[in-house]
Design a protein around this ligand. Structure first.
Ligand SMILES: [Fe+2]
Ligand SMILES: [Fe+2]
Length: 187
């Protein structure tokens, strides 16, 4: 999907440069999968493309600035940190892009809250949540780096915490498409 009037190349390059020092083997493919699903969601649900595509590229950049062990416990400790740090970084990365001040604020906000699942309620928050979640179980685009018990925990919590929060018709459709294969190939 092409975004009218918005060239995503700059934000893509900036995001990838930062993500290359994020979670090894995960942050780049997961982010590209998240962007892919965001475009699919936008095609089905409509929405502010530039805001949501930028937020999808930037949502996990904070992991590059967070100290953590690359396992389940480590990543969960890093969760809050990665949102706050990512939001601060995002503000600087989008300043010269053709976005209004309101759009820039919204991108920073989305990065700052994207993993606070209980707080998500606006259309933009829900769409980023759905794209991020789909990008976590898209085994073809981003193979999980969790193994053994961590992988079991991930799948269990995804089902408990993320699945019931899918709200858009497109999101639910894509989830139903990905989940059976994800469950099978991840286990
Ligand atoms: Fe995240
Ligand atoms: Fe993510």
């Amino acid at each position: 999907m092409e975004l009218k009037g918005f060239n995503e190349k700059k934000i893509q390059e900036r995001a990838i440069a930062i993500l290359s020092s994020g979670r090894p083997g995960w942050d780049i493919p997961h982010t590209l999968a998240t962007v892919y699903w965001m475009k699919e969601l936008l095609a089905g649900e409509g929405g502010d493309g530039p805001v949501l595509i930028c937020a999808a590229y930037l949502h996990d950049i904070g992991y590059s600035q967070v100290e953590f062990a690359n396992n389940w416990d480590g990543i969960h400790q890093a969760k809050n940190d990665h949102m706050a740090k990512g939001a601060a970084m995002a503000a600087g990365l989008i300043k010269d892009l053709p976005l209004t001040e309101g759009q820039q604020k919204e991108i920073v906000h989305l990065v700052e809250v994207h993993d606070k699942l209980d707080m998500l309620s606006t259309k933009n928050e829900i769409l980023l949540f759905e794209a991020d979640s789909l990008g976590q179980i898209d085994n073809e685009r981003a193979k999980s780096t969790f193994k053994g018990k961590d992988l079991e925990k991930f799948l269990y919590l995804f089902k408990q915490r993320r699945m019931p929060r899918f709200a858009t018709a497109s999101g639910k459709k894509f989830l139903a498409r990905l989940w059976p294969a994800a469950k099978k190939s991840f286990s």
